[in-house]
Write a new protein. Structure first.
Length: 72
């Protein structure tokens, strides 16, 4: 079994911030996926005008696909 250990010097402000980012990273990816799915559902099932549909499609394109693919 492969393991990984990340070490942070929590007395250093930069390391402490990086530690918080590492802890919150998975939750942030899950939140992005939830947002993407909500947009997809609105586009697929919502009764939207052309302007609203266009705005949601633009918003969906702004989500970083590379990050979301990390969940797969």
């Amino acid at each position: 079994m492969a393991t990984a250990i990340l070490r942070y010097d929590l007395s250093d402000a930069d390391d402490e911030r990086e530690h918080r980012y590492a802890l919150a990273g998975r939750d942030a990816l899950i939140a992005l996926e939830s947002i993407r799915e909500a947009i997809r559902a609105r586009l697929k099932y919502g009764e939207l005008g052309d302007q609203a549909r266009h705005e949601l499609e633009d918003l969906r394109e702004q989500l970083p696909h590379e990050l979301i693919e990390l969940l797969v």
